[in-house]
Design a protein around this ligand. Structure first.
Ligand SMILES: Cc1ncc(COP(=O)(O)O)c(C=O)c1O
Length: 300
């Protein structure tokens, strides 16, 4: 990519079509061909070049999804991009594309809780075993590797507790043991960090967040013997909404109770420490700081 990244993002769609500024949104199920020979030609091309945008049915993709995947491929600097309807669909696809009954996978303990449920509960029914590693002690990965280990699934930083992990170390453990690696890179996005370049086999991004790269999503660890006063701090915020997800224009806050933390093995939070998660939106920072300052006074 010779242009600056910002220029690339503004102009790249033009490389694929020459009409409207943005590629038209094409939706399709049936695709009509001029003749049987025409159908066969497209099918032969798809066989030779499976990622080349040759489709004989709309579910395989359209010109719009092809352009998007080509652009994301350049951003990720990857061999190929698979698009799924949601980020969680991508987590599912990455895991199921490489695991088979009898395999084992090792997953970051602070992983997004639906990913935890998918691996811990759902995979079990397919005779695929999940163990979790401590993001602060990577020896726990080495201890859990067996001959059956197929995949190490990383999420960085850890969900809700924002643990930053030594990704190079994780990769060297995986490569030494010939184990595949996948990372949920939704927080960093390939705008800031390119996992495939570092050596990961698969990189996952939920584009319902800021693919778009902003990192305004963070956690606070608050020390207090009075849990209700910490909840009062959260409830007193006027400019923050209370809801799941992040990456939108609106600021959000959540007190991280057991339900949000998930069934973690290695969190070990002392009774007088509380986690609060903030997503910083696009409001004026001065107003947000003022709101936080006023509400923090409730903590006892
Ligand atoms: C880290 C992470 N990965 C994946 C997802 C799932 O993305 P989606 O909501 O697009 O399915 C989320 C959603 O909150 C997330 O926080």
């Amino acid at each position: 990519m010779s242009k600056s990244f910002k220029t690339f993002l503004k102009h790249t769609a033009k490389d694929y079509h020459n009409q409207s500024v943005n590629p038209p949104v094409v939706r399709a199920s049936t695709i009509i061909f001029k003749s049987m020979q025409d159908i066969r030609k497209t099918q032969d091309k798809a066989k030779k070049d499976p990622t080349g945008g040759h489709y004989d049915y709309g579910r395989q993709g359209t010109s719009t999804t092809y352009i998007l995947s080509q652009i994301l491929k350049k951003i990720e600097e990857s061999h190929h991009v698979f698009l799924t309807p949601t980020g969680f669909g991508a987590v599912f696809l990455a895991i199921f594309s490489v695991t088979r009954p009898g395999d084992e996978i090792i997953v970051a303990d602070p992983t997004y809780s639906p990913t935890r449920l998918l691996t811990q509960e759902f995979l079990k029914e397919f005779n695929i075993k999940t163990t979790f590693y401590d993001p602060h002690n990577l020896k726990t990965i080495e201890k859990k590797i067996t001959k059956k280990t197929k995949l190490i699934f990383v999420e960085n930083p850890g969900s809700n507790s924002f643990d930053f992990q030594d990704l190079s170390k994780i990769l060297s453990i995986a490569k030494k043991n010939k184990i595949l690696t996948a990372i949920d890179n939704t927080w960093g996005t390939p705008y800031f960090f390119k996992p495939i370049k570092l050596g990961f086999d698969m990189s996952i991004v939920s584009a319902t967040k800021y693919y778009s790269g902003a990192s305004g999503f963070m956690g606070l660890k608050i020390k207090s013997k009075n849990k209700n006063s910490v909840i009062k701090f959260v409830n007193s915020l006027k400019l923050f909404g209370y809801g799941y997800s992040w990456g939108g224009f609106e600021s959000l806050a959540l007190y991280q109770d057991k339900r949000e933390q998930g069934n973690r093995q290695f969190l070990n939070l002392p009774k007088d420490e509380h986690l609060v998660r903030l997503h910083i939106g696009l409001e004026d920072p001065k107003d947000l700081i003022e709101d936080l300052k006023k509400s923090l006074k409730h903590i006892k």
